[in-house]
Design a protein around this ligand. Sequence first.
Ligand SMILES: CC(C)(COP(=O)(O)OP(=O)(O)OC[C@H]1O[C@@H](n2cnc3c(N)ncnc32)[C@H](O)[C@@H]1OP(=O)(O)O)[C@@H](O)C(=O)NCCC(=O)NCCS
Length: 195
Amino acid sequence: MTDALGIPDQIDGGTVCLRPITLRDRPLIYRWLNNPVVMAFWEGTDRPLSKVKSEGWVKRFVSDDASLECLIIETVGRPIGFIELSLYPKSEGYGHLVEIDICIGETSDWERGYGSAALSALLHWLFTSTNTHRAFLQPLAANERAVHVYEKVGFYKEGVLKQAEYHHGEYQDIVMMAAIRNQWLAEFSMKFKDA
Ligand SMILES: CC(C)(COP(=O)(O)OP(=O)(O)OC[C@H]1O[C@@H](n2cnc3c(N)ncnc32)[C@H](O)[C@@H]1OP(=O)(O)O)[C@@H](O)C(=O)NCCC(=O)NCCS
């Protein structure tokens, strides 16, 4: 399989580690993305994931498409969530622009520092071990916990896209947030080492 980022078997993040998704993870994805508490912050409670669709969902990431990756977040060998990575451009011509989506699917593991640890480890790996220039996220402005976590680990707010996502029956604002390689390495890589 061609792998543009060269994802290793494991990325160590202290309290968490990240590993590539496999087809065996499908039941987990199905359970997480059908939990209404999770869905409220993800696709919305009105967009459940069928069993058939969950298979396609996982297969996208284990296929040969090097522009899509998914990492399972584990803590002490227990899977608790996932991170999706989408690479732009698809060519190898210059540094990658990487869009990130994160979901801690086990709600009892929210607010234990795992999301922050997983994103810090991911950014450190992207900026020290791959040719990534810019990593970005597009959370709903109303998802204040997510926005807080993203700022804490080194993403900066770049602007607001007004009513850019239809979620729960209404158009909602999205915050554009990004971490740029040199700036993050100067300001955040030491914090990562100290953590
Ligand atoms: C958003 C998410 C990834 C964060 O991961 P997490 O492991 O729960 O977060 P952490 O424990 O690392 O950090 C939580 C932080 O948010 C803060 N927080 C909690 N609720 C908050 C709120 N309503 N507003 C602002 N900050 C909030 C906590 O105080 C803590 O900050 P601190 O470390 O500075 O004290 C996780 O909760 C999740 O997956 N949620 C459901 C799906 C989702 O929202 N995905 C993001 C889509 S853009």
